[in-house]
Design a protein around this ligand. Structure first.
Ligand SMILES: Nc1ncnc2c1ncn2[C@@H]1O[C@H](COP(=O)(O)OP(=O)(O)O)[C@@H](O)[C@H]1O
Ligand SMILES: [Mg+2]
Length: 266
C-alpha cells in the first residue's frame, strides 16, 4: 500500500524512522562484532522492548484485578455479576497479551498479516472500554466527536488497537503529570477531502515539551520518570505499517496535545 502524503499542517511533527526488522536478526549466528552485528543486536533489543512494553499493559491490569478479587474473597455482599465482570476483564486482558505475541512477527518483521475491514468507531469503543477497565469510570472524562459513523479502514484490528491504546495512556499520563484535576481525552474522527480517515487523540495536558518534540517518535526517547520511550515508536510503526501517518499537531487555541493518525480510507 502506498505511503500517504504527510499532513499539510505546517506545524505538525511527523514520525518517520522505524524500529528495525526482526528479520534482520540472525538468531544464534556467530558474527564478528562489527557494525552489522551491532545493528542486529539493536534489532533484537527493539523487538524485546516491544514485547516487554506491550505485555506490561495487560499484566498490570490483570495484577490489579486479581488483587481486587483477592481482597474481596470473603466479602459476603459481593454480587455474582460483579465477580463475573472482573473475571471477564481478566480473560480479555489475557487475550490482549496473547495478541501481542501473535502480532509480533507481523509488526516487527514487516509480514503482511491479515487485514480486514474495520469500523473506526468500533475500534475506538473497544480501546475506551479497555482504558476504563484500567482507570475506572470516574478518573478520566472521555468525549467522542464522530460525525460519520461509517468510517472504515483496512487493518489488523489488534494492531491499531495497540496504537490507540498507547495514545490514550500517554494522554492521561501527561495530564496527570501536570496535576490536571480531571484529565480529559477527546477522540475526534473525520474523513478528509483526500480520502484519508483521521483519528485525533486530544488531551488537556501540558503539551509535548519543546526539548523532546523533534525526537519523541524515536525508540527509547522519554522524559517521564520510569518511561520506556517506546509507546510512540510502536504507535508510529503500527500506523505506518497500515500505510498511514502518525503526527503531532500543534494546538493553537488551547493547551494540550493532539496526536493524529491518518489512514487511507478503505
Ligand atoms: N500526550 C502527551 N502529552 C505530552 N507529552 C507527551 C504525550 N505523549 C508523549 N509525550 C512525550 O513523548 C515522550 C515519549 O512518549 P512514549 O514513546 O509513549 O514513551 P513514555 O510514555 O514511556 O515516555 C514522553 O516521555 C513525553 O515526553
Ligand atoms: Mg507512553
Amino acid at each position: 500500500m502506498a505511503r500517504m502524503e504527510a499532513s499539510r499542517h505546517s506545524e505538525a511533527v511527523v514520525g518517520r524512522s522505524r524500529l528495525r526488522s526482526i528479520d534482520d536478526v540472525t538468531w544464534g549466528a556467530q558474527r564478528p562484532e562489527d557494525e552489522d552485528h551491532l545493528a542486529h543486536r539493536l534489532a533484537l533489543r527493539s523487538v524485546a522492548a516491544y514485547v516487554a512494553h506491550e505485555i506490561n499493559h495487560p499484566l498490570g491490569t490483570i495484577a490489579n484485578l486479581a488483587s481486587l478479587l483477592g481482597r474481596r474473597i470473603n466479602d459476603p455482599v459481593i454480587r455474582p455479576s460483579e465477580l463475573a465482570a472482573q473475571i471477564e476483564s481478566i480473560k480479555l486482558e489475557t487475550r490482549r497479551a496473547a495478541d501481542v505475541i501473535k502480532n509480533l512477527r507481523v509488526l516487527a518483521g514487516g509480514l503482511h498479516g491479515h487485514r480486514e475491514t474495520v469500523n473506526v468507531h468500533d475500534l475506538l469503543r473497544e480501546a475506551i472500554c479497555r482504558f476504563r477497565r484500567r482507570y475506572g469510570k470516574e478518573t478520566v472524562r472521555i468525549r467522542m466527536e464522530c460525525r460519520d459513523r461509517m468510517l472504515n479502514v483496512q487493518a489488523v484490528p489488534e494492531l491499531l488497537h495497540i496504537a490507540l491504546y498507547n495514545l490514550l495512556i500517554n494522554g492521561v499520563e501527561a495530564a496527570q503529570s501536570a496535576s490536571i484535576e480531571r484529565p480529559k481525552l477527546t477522540l475526534r474522527t473525520k474523513r478528509t477531502t483526500v480520502d484519508q480517515v483521521v483519528i485525533d487523540v486530544i488531551d488537556n495536558g501540558p503539551g509535548v515539551a519543546d526539548a523532546i518534540k523533534s525526537q519523541m517518535f524515536e525508540p527509547f526517547v522519554s522524559d517521564r520518570a520510569g518511561g520506556s520511550g517506546l509507546g510512540l515508536a510502536i504507535c508510529r510503526d503500527v500506523v505506518e505499517w497500515h500505510g498511514g501517518i502518525l503526527s503531532y499537531e500543534t494546538m493553537m487555541a488551547r493547551r494540550g496535545s493532539c496526536f493524529r493518525i491518518a489512514l487511507p480510507n478503505e
